[in-house]
Design a protein around this ligand. Structure first.
Ligand code: 4AD
Ligand code: MG
Length: 465
């Protein structure tokens, strides 16, 4: 008999094409039930979050070994696809030959039972062997591809901005230091200042908090550009939505104002949703039924509606008029808290909403100043379930206004030389934003904790492996 190489995904999508035929698969034991005459093995081959049932009988020459196969063991099976006698599945594989490739130790921490997400976080190198995490990390991979495809198809040039940088892009001070000098070996001058020039790179440097300042200069040449890379924030935020290492996508568009910026963010978000629904229908069905009931309807609803747009000042009025008791007071001039963002996106607009024109005081120095002297052309995209998905702005393109803003924020112009220069050598209106990639994965999957959408999460007091 001939055994055709197939995948579980293929067998799950079009089993009829293979009934009565010989198939060959490699994978791992996810479930194992020994019912003496027959042994049922749930095989996972990596192509699908679900397992495929293999039925082994004592017709196999090595049936006693197969009986003792432990969870996690790697094996190859040749067999015939048949309609299943059992209730759990329509089809299974009648094994003709099973080759054990690598027997797992019997103390495998991933057992065939429901493990809590908290427990699985202690095993970042193992948890992708469970169906939820297989679905999450496949969607994560697809989403990255969708984003690149969207920008490349729209003629954006991908720029690899540096991970080590000498400037604090957000001016917020949440920086991880990069140093080659051992802490106690830092030399100081007579005033006690550290001699940073002794660093390997010749000056103080950090892990980047955002690629924005490095990608903006590229839009002066290519017009439309984007970065997609890791970013690092040393903030001590222990929440389900903050990580100390996360990925960000940052487009920058020349000759586009905040309206154009919002249009781009809306198009991109809808593209991501459409792409994942189309390319991972089974995974999305899984999330919809097991993780977040109503997820698919909610995403469809996003596709079919225009995003809301409201200014910060209007948003404050809506929050005041809500009749709610807020834990954090609503007050013009203070930042929106999670409870406020959720109210706006989930209850008032019931869809994604852009909040624009925030008070200058609570936003970064580079945002374009409005005529009112109090607000800047900022935009945050708030989405139901996740809160802030995107943060961006039109950029301050006027040199004198930028200098004044840097002074107000206590920043040294010499640390931002390259950024200042692009206002001197042919300035123009431009805008951009940052999409938090993990938040996008959360939004698409309904997963509630950022630690469960990052392969190896780094959060306060937590770095495993
Ligand atoms: O709003 P943020 O801080 O904006 C910037 O960094 C700008 N330089 C972007 C730009 O205009 N090019 O961050 C952008 C997004 C947020 O909306 C959020 O989705 C995500 O990055 N983000 C985080 N995600 C996970 N953990 C954190 N600690 C995050 N901080 C921001
Ligand atoms: Mg933000």
């Amino acid at each position: 008999m001939e055994f055709k190489d197939v995948t579980v995904r293929l067998l799950s999508r079009t089993p009829e094409d293979y009934v009565g035929q010989g198939v060959r698969l490699q994978g791992w034991v996810r479930t194992h039930r020994d019912q003496s005459e027959v042994i049922f093995i749930g095989l996972n081959d990596g192509s699908f979050y679900n397992n495929f049932q293999i039925v082994a009988s004592d017709a196999l020459s090595n049936v006693e070994e197969v009986r003792k196969m432990t969870l996690g063991s790697a094996f190859e099976v040749k067999g015939v696809l048949q309609e299943s006698q059992g209730a759990g599945q329509k089809y299974d594989i009648d094994a003709q030959e099973i080759t054990i490739l690598g027997l797992a130790s019997s103390d495998n921490p991933i057992q065939n039972k429901r493990h809590s997400f908290e427990f699985l976080r202690t095993l970042p190198h193992m948890r992708m062997r469970t169906n939820t995490f297989m679905a999450v990390f496949r969607v994560r991979s697809l989403l990255a591809h969708a984003i690149h495809t969207f920008f490349q198809d729209n003629n954006f040039v991908y720029v690899h901005t540096p991970i080590i940088t000498s400037a604090d892009a957000e001016g917020a001070g949440d920086l991880f230091r990069v140093t080659t000098i051992e802490p106690r070996k830092h030399k100081t001058d007579k005033q006690g200042n550290i001699k940073w020039q002794r660093e390997l790179l010749g000056r103080r440097s950090y892990l980047t908090v955002s690629g924005q300042l490095n990608v903006e200069p590229f839009c002066t040449a290519f017009r439309n550009v984007y970065t997609f890379g890791p970013t690092f924030r040393a903030e001590n935020s222990n929440t389900p939505r903050h990580a100390n290492e996360f990925w960000m996508i940052e487009p920058e568009i020349a000759f586009g104002d905040l309206e154009v910026n919002m249009d781009l963010a809306e198009d991109m978000t809808k593209y991501m949703i459409r792409y994942v629904l189309e390319h991972a229908p089974e995974e999305m069905e899984f999330f919809n039924s097991r993780i977040d009931k109503g997820l698919i309807d909610r995403l469809q609803n996003v596709l079919n509606n225009e995003f809301g747009r409201v200014t910060y000042t209007e948003a404050i009025k809506l929050l005041e008029a809500s009749g709610r008791k807020w834990e954090y007071p609503v007050e013009w001039g203070s930042d929106l808290q999670t409870e406020h963002e959720r109210y706006l996106a989930e209850e008032y607009f019931k869809k994604p909403v852009f909040v624009t024109d925030y008070p200058e005081k609570i936003k970064a120095f580079y945002m374009r100043h409005n005529e009112d002297g109090e607000t800047v052309r900022a935009m945050d995209l708030l989405v139901p379930g996740v809160g802030e998905l995107i943060g961006g702005s039109q950029r301050e393109e006027r040199l004198d206004v930028l200098f004044a803003a840097m002074e107000k924020h206590g920043l040294e112009p010499e640390d931002y030389q390259g950024y200042v220069d692009i206002r001197r050598f042919g300035t123009f209106v431009h805008s951009g934003y940052g999409l938090g990639f993990e938040r996008a994965v959360m939004y698409m999957t309904g997963m509630k904790n950022i630690r469960d959408v990052i392969p190896y999460p780094r959060t306060p007091k937590n770095v495993i492996f």
